[in-house]
Design a protein around this ligand. Structure first.
Ligand SMILES: O=C([O-])CC(=O)C(=O)O
Ligand SMILES: [Mg+2]
Length: 640
């Protein structure tokens, strides 16, 4: 028991502190979260409680930081680590954590390292636990960047970043936000691919939830083991198709972790609202099954009923634990499950498949921008895809939809402008019987063609898109063929990571004599060809999903709709400046990504309101300003 401002509380009703504050201060507007309440001397009876209040949505300090001095009649320190699930859920969004001294330094959410001020060191039992110097957040960033740059191997940089995330979350995000172009390829594609391949060896601490067949029947409880309760976005994989690297089983965890760090850094969703999940139903990867350091279930993949029962239980438990409006992003599932899961849960949950929908939206944006360089409208172009899986067919469908919207021509007709080659050659009507359902809309009248190069020569596409997961498949002959009948061939090599890219930037520019409009899923450094420097764009779904996700969240959307993907594409294409076009770029630089994300978010939210899918009412007047005000900032809080 302790009392604050004349009110008594038990330790497990500390959320009452928040209510008391809220009632006693006219200066604080809900929703606010108490992030630290520390008994400054720890002795019952004569201490004081200092409390920091912050905005629940953004984790940024509230307009007014409050210090409440009051007589404490009981110790409050011992509530540290108490399960906040025991708190009265009806008073959400109040949450409370208490940390001081050594445990404060060990808590990545609150730790500031050498940036703790003299006063904080006094009031939070930090004296002696830190060396004397006090440094600024900016200097910490500079210091970390210096040490990260000393590593030559990208995986070492990745591990240094993961260590930092575990040690000081706000420093991690500030580093990432301030150095996004340099660090994106480290915490995300392509390095995250290598991290997944070696995840068993580099695994240190769990960064997300592992839900395996062993947890069947207990998933509801497993979700409760996660320390955060107010989850807004889940990225989930079953590891069967990690980037273009194939089945990495349980080691796919690097992907949800990486994607969610971008949700925070690029999209502005607070870290504690993000939950990375890996569903482990086994792996068919023999190397992993025989690897003594493999961290997952050592069995072949469960399929059929066993698989769908586990997924069903997971999806149900998520809704039970976090409500209707939690966004579930499916990532890197194999084709045979990805389409089915999206269709199955699309009507009951807020689900989004990044590989089908996010990639589609980002590629459509790139194409819209490319039209400024090559001319013509979308429907005047002809498209050929290598790879008819999630990404390929997802992009194709969104292009066909946009063409149909622009021209009024029915979707069945606009689809005919789009051709696909898979591992068995051109997708044509005579193969219909044998085709998986998601490939069928793309089977057109044509004689069978085996090789990509022959398909290119026969179809004469203006746009060639690689979504095959197979590296070096856009050969010299293929690129040269594109360059013979197109003045400016549009070539997208989307597969990830770099090793799986259908061709390199250098190949695209040199084989097309510098005429290609090129973009790739993984980043390539600028290329010099014939004395001219060519910078290419990164057609990566990282441009879309963080802003798209927050657009859904701020509007309280309950379903994803294709029209939201279309407006996200338009919003991204609008961000490409004249200066970018002059350099041949069809994507804006990632350095502007937070601003870009705010625009995408506002457009997606506006569409959700227009479609009647938004539940957060009333609609904010200025959605861009509102979106910006909701963004998580990694600025340190001051614990007074
Ligand atoms: O992770 C990325 O860079 C893009 C993506 O979703 C994939 O390749 O599966
Ligand atoms: Mg993916």
């Amino acid at each position: 028991m302790f009392s604050l401002n004349g009110t008594s509380f038990t330790n497990n009703s500390l959320s009452g502190v928040s209510r008391c504050l809220n009632q006693s201060s006219r200066r604080v507007s809900a929703p606010m979260v108490v992030v630290a309440a520390v008994n400054s001397n720890g002795k019952p009876g004569d201490g004081s409680v200092s409390v920091l209040v912050e905005n629940a949505l953004t984790e940024s300090p509230a307009p007014v930081e409050m210090e409440v001095k009051s007589t404490v009649t009981g110790g409050v320190q011992d509530v540290y680590g108490e399960d906040s699930a025991t708190e009265d859920q009806s008073i959400t969004p109040w949450t409370l954590s208490v940390a001081s001294g050594f445990s404060l330094l060990r808590n990545p959410h609150y730790n500031k390292g050498l940036a703790f001020s003299e006063r904080e060191r006094d009031t939070h039992y930090l004296r002696g636990l830190l060396p004397p110097v006090v440094i600024s957040h900016d200097l910490q960033v500079k210091k970390m960047m210096n040490s990260i740059r000393k590593y030559d191997v990208p995986l070492q940089r990745y591990m240094a970043m993961m260590d930092l995330q575990e040690m000081n979350e706000r420093l991690f995000y500030k580093l990432l936000i301030d150095n996004v172009e340099e660090l994106l390829p480290i915490v995300y594609t392509p390095t995250v691919g290598e991290a997944c391949q070696k995840y068993g060896s580099i695994f240190r601490r769990p960064q997300g939830l592992f839900i395996s067949l062993k947890e069947k029947g207990k998933i509801h409880e497993v979700l409760k083991n996660w320390p955060e309760k107010k989850i807004q976005v889940i990225v989930v994989t079953d590891g069967e198709r990690i980037l273009g690297l194939g089945d990495l089983g349980c080691q796919g965890m690097g992907i949800p972790v990486g994607k969610l760090s971008l949700y925070t850094a690029l999209g502005g969703i607070r870290p504690s609202a993000c939950l990375p999940v890996t569903i482990d139903v086994g792996t068919n990867n023999e190397n992993l099954l025989n690897d003594e350091f493999y961290i997952g279930l050592r069995q072949r993949r469960a399929t059929g009923q066993e698989y769908s029962e586990l997924l069903d239980e997971f999806m149900y438990a998520v809704k039970q634990n976090y409500g209707e409006k939690v966004l579930i992003q499916f990532e890197d599932f194999a084709n045979h499950n990805a389409f089915d899961l999206l269709a199955k849960y699309g009507t009951s949950h807020l689900v989004f498949n990044d590989d089908i929908q996010g990639t589609a939206s980002v590629v459509l944006a790139g194409l819209m921008a490319a039209l400024n360089l090559v001319g013509g409208s979308l429907s005047e172009h002809t498209f050929l895809f290598l790879g008819a899986g999630e990404a390929g067919t997802g992009i194709a469908e969104l292009i066909a939809l946009e063409m149909s919207k622009q021209t009024g021509i029915p979707l069945e007709e606009t689809r005919k402008k789009i051709w696909m080659v898979d591992s068995k050659g051109l997708i044509v009507k005579s193969r219909m019987e044998m085709l998986q359902h998601f490939k069928r809309p793309w089977a057109h009248d044509h004689e069978p063609v085996q090789e990509l190069v022959n398909a290119v020569k026969s179809i004469k596409p203006t746009v060639l898109i690689g979504s095959s997961g197979a590296g070096r498949t856009f050969t010299k002959e293929v690129v040269q063929a594109m360059a013979t009948f197109n003045e400016k061939p549009i070539i997208f090599a989307l597969s990830n990571p770099t090793s799986q890219s259908e061709c390199t930037a250098e190949e695209a520019y040199s084989w097309s004599e510098g005429r290609a409009i090129f973009a790739s899923g993984s980043p390539f450094a600028p290329v010099e060809y014939n004395g001219k420097v060519y910078a290419s764009g990164q057609a990566n779904n990282a441009y879309i999903f963080p802003g798209f996700g927050l657009g859904l969240i701020i509007s309280g959307a309950i379903r994803v709709h294709d029209d939201m993907l279309l407006v996200a594409s338009e919003a991204l294409a609008d961000e490409v400046s004249q200066e970018n076009f002059e350099k041949g770029l069809i994507y804006p630089p990632f350095s502007n990504i937070r601003k870009i994300s705010a625009h995408i978010r506002a457009k997606v939210a506006a569409k959700a309101y227009e479609l009647g899918l938004a539940t957060r009412l009333p609609q904010p007047k200025d959605l861009v300003a509102y979106a910006e005000s909701c963004m998580y900032s990694p600025a340190y809080r001051s614990y007074r």
